[in-house]
Design a protein around this ligand. Structure first.
Ligand code: PAF
Length: 280
């Protein structure tokens, strides 16, 4: 595997490689990232991964400074997983001047955006820059970051980027906790509590499949349950898969999304569910 740090080196390597599959990451890799690499490899194209902790997507009180940076261990895992090129630029390589041209995506103030102002603009801006640098044929993102995936699909479609976006299922620990680089922040007691988030989403999905139609009641009781167990809840919401807005009564394909804090650690998760609806 080649490890490259500059845009010029990366462009030259991709020029030689031809069409590539691309897996953008912020590093501190876990099995969820390796699943993205594995899925990319199945498409038979050389795989480029990027590792860049993007300052633009962190708020001033967030964990940019403390975000785990584990470049050598990540590079070893990527090489073992069959990644061909790792692009690991510095902040000045990505942002040689103040980034005054930014992408302002829709839904940026919804769900996770409500408590993370500027986050999705930062994500959309860096991903568009990375897409322009790597110029991949396809790009892979985890479904755990459901809103991010939704926004990046929209950006790719509406800005006519010639890139196929592939969403890859969330990889979970045995107890159901969605794998995340931030799980490493959890104390032992918090790690024991953490799977409750997934369990609550599963219960909500089961209720929807059983025909429950009072979505607000389901959301409120999930919030109450999490709060009772010491979580600080940002949101628990049932949205339509097609729009990420509140589903109309005839929309079957929904997704239950949640974000909540255990101590200082903010966890997110979601579950897609197809509910029975009355034909009109
Ligand atoms: O999901 C992530 O790791 C990041 O948001 C991404 C897509 C690499 C952009 O920095």
């Amino acid at each position: 595997m080649q490890m490259l740090h500059t845009v010029a080196e990366l462009r030259a390597a991709v020029h030689l490689a031809g069409a590539v599959a691309f897996v953008p990451t912020m590093g501190n890799l876990h099995a969820g990232h390796l699943e993205l690499i594995r899925t990319a490899r199945q498409r038979g194209l050389p795989v480029v991964a990027s590792l860049f902790v993007n300052p633009l997507q962190f708020g001033p009180a967030e964990d940019f400074e403390h975000y785990p940076r584990t470049l050598q261990a990540d590079a070893t895992q990527l090489a073992e997983a069959g990644c061909h090129i790792l692009f690991a630029p510095s902040v000045t390589e990505m942002y040689p001047e103040a980034q005054t041209c930014t992408v302002s995506p829709p839904l940026a103030d919804e769900l996770c955006g409500a408590s993370r102002p500027g986050h999705f603009a930062g994500v959309a801006t860096v991903v568009l820059k990375l897409f322009n640098i790597v110029q991949p044929r396809l790009a892979l993102f985890g479904k755990k970051d459901y809103q991010q995936l939704f926004i990046l699909r929209l950006l790719t479609r509406q800005l006519n980027l010639p890139i196929e976006i592939i969403g890859v299922d969330t990889v979970r620990a045995e107890d159901g906790l969605a794998l995340s680089s931030r799980n490493g922040y959890l104390s032992t007691a918090e790690r024991i509590e953490a799977p409750r988030l997934h369990q609550i989403l599963q219960a909500m999905a089961a209720a929807l499949m059983a025909g429950k139609t009072d979505l607000v009641a389901l959301e409120n009781s999930a919030v109450a349950e999490l709060t009772r167990h010491g979580w600080q809840v940002d949101y628990v919401q049932i949205r339509a898969q097609s729009s990420l807005l509140a589903p109309t009564p005839i929309e079957a394909a929904c997704v239950v999304l949640a974000a909540a804090r255990l101590g200082n650690t903010r966890l997110i998760d979601n579950l897609e569910v197809t509910r029975p609806v009355q034909a009109v």
